[in-house]
Design a protein around this ligand. Structure first.
Ligand code: TXA
Ligand code: MG
Length: 330
């Protein structure tokens, strides 16, 4: 398939109106989208990703008004949208227009991306854009244009060229379709930010009294965000001791806080391939770099990626969740 790679929002909107599938960057991660009113096009996304068919897509909008045309927006939902949108938050709301994909579901995840160019494109498409993260199902989301091109050039109808994702992890997902509201996926907008508006916000109570696992959000039951390499999530001290032991093994890679890893000046013993290690100075920088680093490690055939635990405080919640998911079963 010939893929149109362009920053021209009109051309890319044309493709969507004709039933095409387009990969596009958002402030969180890349998305792979189609018109929410075109069931066939939306179903193609599942085929391309290998996504389980019971995992619904969220819809991307250009404005709060356009969300109101397809969902019930309660007073509190509107306050959240006014406070955190455009931005990295997805609200799952009761749906009022049944033609929006997925038709059979009474709820819809809605999100307004931050980049005005992306909103202009959505506006131009004339419909909401249903889009999961652009990645193969179960693998880390993509955050670099070069990675998006490698995976999707020749596979989708178009790739919209615009600013690359900065936040690096997927949006916070909040379920507002029942009381109490529930945090379905942690992200850059953290539970403390949300609790100012939703004091009764609950983390998903996913284990019933009989011990069954009942995922409140379909996406939660699938393995997620894992590179091919093994991911080991370690507290700082353990991370440092492993680093000292294994750093010369060319099949290992390291991501953590520079103050732990920085060799002291003049310590020549620490000379080795710097591309296998990524220094960060905050949880935000860590999130921003994480998936691109995973992707890079897979490209160069790394076997084990050692990740230092995030620091206490801002930016920890979403990052720790992704690191835990990536390191499950390792
Ligand atoms: O940052 C993001 O949210 C990115 C960009 C492209 O916007 N999108 C994204 O989509 O991460 P996806 O499909 O990979 O993750 C959406 C999550 C999934 O875990 C899905 O199960 C959940 O939201 N979800 C979607 N619709 C839902 C619904 N109606 N009820 C409950 N959970 C829902
Ligand atoms: Mg995803």
């Amino acid at each position: 398939m010939k893929t149109l790679i362009s920053s021209d929002v009109r051309l890319l909107a044309d493709l969507i109106r004709k039933g095409g599938v387009v990969v596009f960057p958002t402030e969180t991660v890349f998305g792979i989208g189609a018109s929410s009113f075109n069931e066939e096009a939306c179903k193609r996304i599942y085929k391309i990703k290998g996504r389980p068919s019971d995992n619904p897509l969220i819809a991307h909008f250009s404005s709060i008004e356009s969300i109101k045309s397809v969902c019930e927006v309660s007073e509190i939902a509107e306050r959240l949208l006014l406070t955190f949108s455009p931005g990295p938050i997805t609200l799952v709301l009761p749906k009022k227009n049944p033609i929006v994909f997925p038709k059979e579901l009474p709820t819809l995840g809605v999100r307004i991306p931050k980049n005005p160019i992306i909103r202009e494109w959505i506006e131009e498409c004339g419909s909401p854009i249903s889009a999961p993260s652009a990645n193969l199902s179960g693998r880390p989301s993509l955050t670099r244009m070069s990675d998006a091109l490698r995976y999707f050039d020749g596979v989708v109808d178009g790739i919209l060229v615009a600013e690359e994702p900065k936040l690096g992890i997927e949006s916070t997902v909040v379920g507002l379709y029942e009381d109490p509201p529930v945090l379905l996926r942690p992200g850059s907008i953290e539970s403390n930010d949300l609790k100012r508006f939703l004091p009764n916000l609950v983390m998903p109570n996913s284990v019933t009294e009989r011990g069954e696992f009942v995922p409140p959000s379909p996406g939660m039951k699938y393995k997620h965000y894992s590179p091919k390499a093994n991911v080991k999530l370690l507290p700082s001290e353990k991370f440092l001791s492993e680093f000292r032991k294994c750093m010369y093994d060319s099949k290992t890679a390291w991501i953590g806080f520079s103050y732990v890893l920085n060799p002291s000046p003049g310590d020549e013993s620490l000379e080795f391939d710097p591309t296998r290690m990524k220094f960060v100075s905050s949880n935000w920088e860590y999130s921003s770099a994480l998936y691109a680093f995973f992707e890079f490690c897979d490209q160069i055939g790394i076997h084990t990626i050692y990740c230092e635990e995030p620091k206490e405080g801002e930016g920890k919640e979403g990052l720790l969740n992704r690191l835990q998911k990536a390191s499950e079963d390792n």
